[in-house]
Every structure is written in structure tokens, then in C-alpha cells.
Design a protein around this ligand. Structure first.
Ligand code: NAP
Length: 323
């Protein structure tokens, strides 16, 4: 145990894929964690958290909803750090405004308004996304290195009807504006496509298409191939909270793979898997670019190689009979 002894922090959306790992690592480091869930009575959302080492002594579950004004006030009281992770992840919303954009943008502002009311909160770590980075309209070619100065353009997202991407872009923009106006010390984490073992019992939106692919999907499902390990994402959030000099945005991508590279790697790992030979030229898997790891590594983050991440992902799915 180290780092967090006697410190209280809050994680929003604690039952989710990334947040569950964050809660696990925070408890391991000795933190007391106030965790927000939408339904504390749903065992599918809470049992895996309550079973974590240290949970009995130091995990407190609270009911909160992003769209309920003031819902987070009591959770943050006495917390030094707030990890705002909750946001809908859905690539096929029927009503993007209500299902994605409102909870992402208004929910983030709701959380930040509660932070501004509570004097104990010293830093907010916001989970944004590479979605809020790469859709700037600039070309993505093999010689391009994307870094934290890139910002997605809402007009580009809207034109391509990328509603999840738009929700993350607008939420991060609103968060920076609010934090600057209200003197909140905020750091934003920008993960790529997150994979790796799951702690929660149900499949989340980014593992689902991967599973479809290895189960014999006829075409390549929507997967953005800028890979990062869920354990590294959780760890990066903690490093950003603990390092007083952390500031601004941090891209979290181990590697971008083209489809042919992904297929080669998967065949080496799992020779019995059938994968499509090609993806379409306009599929995100077709573009090749690099993402700077410099700022993330300056926090002390050591990225897990994508080979290990993918192996652990499918072994975890297999162990849960989901594969
Ligand atoms: N997975 C990725 O590849 C990836 C990449 C970059 C960034 N991110 C970001 O990381 C965060 C977590 O994503 P994830 O992959 O871990 O997805 P996830 O498992 O679906 O987690 C999303 C969490 O948000 C909560 N949530 C959604 N709407 C809410 C609302 N109205 N009020 C309160 N909570 C609400 C969900 O609560 P319920 O459990 O009650 O539904 C869930 O706990 C999101 O901000 C996402 O945009 C994810």
C-alpha cells in the first residue's frame, strides 16, 4: 500500500469498464474511494467492486446521475480528488442529443459545479478521449504524429455523424471553459481504444466489436485501432492525480495498428481464429498514424505492449465464457 493512505477520492461511473480498474488500483494504493453508480441495488454493477481487496474497509457506494443537478455534492465532500469518468459510450444511439451529448456535456458541467462548491477538492482528472483529438480535419497519414495540441472539430464530427466523438469533444471543451472560469485544477486523460481484461460481468461497448470480429463478423466492425490497455489508462489517471506538476491533456495510446498488422498479430496469438482479410479503405483501421507518448511517459507511465493487451483481453473473455 502506498500513495493514497488516508486520502479520500471520488470516481464517477464506478461500475464501468475503465472505472472499475481505477477503483481497484486506488484501493490497492490505500485510497478511500467514494464511488458513484446509477443503481447501487443492481448486483451486476456493484458486486465486482464490493469484492475488490480493501473494498470492505474503504469503498463507499453512492447513487448519482449525471443529469440530476447536485447529485454529486455529497459524494465529493471531503474528497481531495475527483476522477470524472462517467459518460455514455454508445456507437449506435437513436437520439444522440439526449442519449450522448446531453449526459456528456451537461453531466460534466454538473460534476464540475459540485467540485467548485467543495473546498476539499484539489484536482479533477477528466476522462476525455482520443475522439476529442484526432477529428481535427487534418489528414492522418503514416508520417503524422498526433499530440495533445490536436483538438477535434465539432463540425467535422457532425458532418460524419460521429455522435459519440462529438459528445466527447464538446464535453472536454465545456470542461476546460468551466475549470478556467472557476479556478479548478483539471487534467484531461485522452485514451485511445481501450482493451484488456474486464472486471465487470457484462461486455462494454469497446470490447463488444472485438468479440464480434473474432466470432466471425462478415465485415470489420467499428474499431478505432489506436490501442491502449485498460490497466495503463487507470494507472495514468492516478499518476495524473498524484503528480503535482501534471497539467493539461495526456494522449494515452500505445500503438496505432493498420488492419493487416492487427490480423498478423492476432494470428500469432490465436492461430485458430478466423478473421476477415481486409477492411474498407474508409474504415478507421485503414489509416496509419502515430500518437505521441511523450507526455504520458513523462508522468512515469510505462505502456503495456498491444500484444499483451490483446492476449489478456481474449483470455479474460474466454475465462468468462464470453468468447
Ligand atoms: N472504452 C474506450 O475505448 C474509451 C476510450 C476513450 C475514452 N473513454 C471514456 O472512458 C469513460 C468510461 O468508458 P468505459 O469504456 O469504461 O465505458 P462503460 O463501461 O460503459 O462506462 C461508462 C460509465 O458511465 C456511466 N454513465 C453513463 N451515463 C450515465 C449517467 N447519466 N449518469 C451516471 N453515470 C452514467 C455508466 O453507468 P451505468 O453502469 O449505470 O450504465 C458507466 O458506469 C467514458 O467517459 C468514455 O467516453 C472510453
Amino acid at each position: 500500500m502506498s500513495g493514497g493512505a488516508e486520502k479520500v477520492v471520488c470516481v464517477t461511473g464506478a461500475s464501468g469498464y475503465i472505472a472499475s480498474w481505477l477503483v481497484k488500483l486506488l484501493l490497492q494504493r490505500g485510497y478511500t474511494v467514494n464511488a458513484s453508480v446509477r443503481d447501487p441495488n443492481d448486483p451486476k454493477k456493484t458486486e465486482h467492486l464490493l469484492m475488490l481487496d480493501g473494498a470492505k474497509e474503504r469503498l463507499h457506494l453512492f447513487k448519482a446521475d449525471l443529469l440530476e443537478e447536485g447529485s454529486f455534492d455529497s459524494l465529493f465532500d471531503g474528497c481531495e480528488g475527483v476522477f470524472h469518468i462517467a459518460s455514455p459510450v454508445d456507437f449506435s444511439a437513436n437520439n444522440p442529443q439526449a442519449e450522448l451529448i446531453e449526459p456528456a456535456v451537461e453531466g460534466t458541467l454538473n460534476v464540475l459545479r459540485s467540485c467548485a462548491k467543495v473546498s476539499s477538492v484539489k484536482r479533477v482528472v477528466l476522462t476525455s478521449s482520443m475522439a476529442a483529438v484526432v477529428y481535427s480535419g487534418k489528414p492522418l497519414t503514416p508520417d503524422v504524429v498526433v499530440d495533445e495540441t490536436w483538438i477535434s472539430d465539432p463540425a467535422v464530427c457532425e458532418k460524419s455523424k460521429l455522435w459519440y466523438v462529438l459528445s466527447k469533444t464538446l464535453a472536454e471543451k465545456a470542461a476546460w471553459e468551466f475549470s478556467k472560469e472557476n479556478g479548478i485544477d483539471m487534467v484531461a486523460m485522452l485514451p485511445g481504444w481501450v482493451s484488456g481484461p474486464l472486471l465487470q460481468p457484462t461486455l462494454n461497448a469497446t470490447l463488444e466489436p472485438l468479440l464480434k470480429l473474432v466470432k466471425g463478423a462478415e465485415s470489420v466492425p467499428l474499431i478505432y485501432p489506436a490501442w491502449v490497455d485498460v490497466r495503463d489508462v487507470a494507472n495514468a489517471h492516478i499518476l495524473a492525480f498524484e503528480n503535482p506538476s501534471a497539467s493539461g491533456r495526456y494522449c494515452l495510446v500505445e500503438r496505432v495498428l493498420q488492419f493487416s498488422e492487427f490480423v498478423k498479430l492476432m494470428r500469432e496469438l490465436f492461430p485458430d481464429i478466423n478473421l476477415p482479410e481486409k477492411c474498407g479503405d474508409d474504415h478507421p483501421f485503414a489509416s496509419s498514424y502515430k500518437v505521441s507518448r511523450e507526455r504520458a511517459e513523462s508522468l512515469g507511465l510505462k505502456f503495456t505492449p498491444v500484444e499483451v493487451t490483446l492476449k489478456d483481453t481474449f483470455e479474460s473473455l474466454r475465462a468468462r465464457n464470453l468468447f
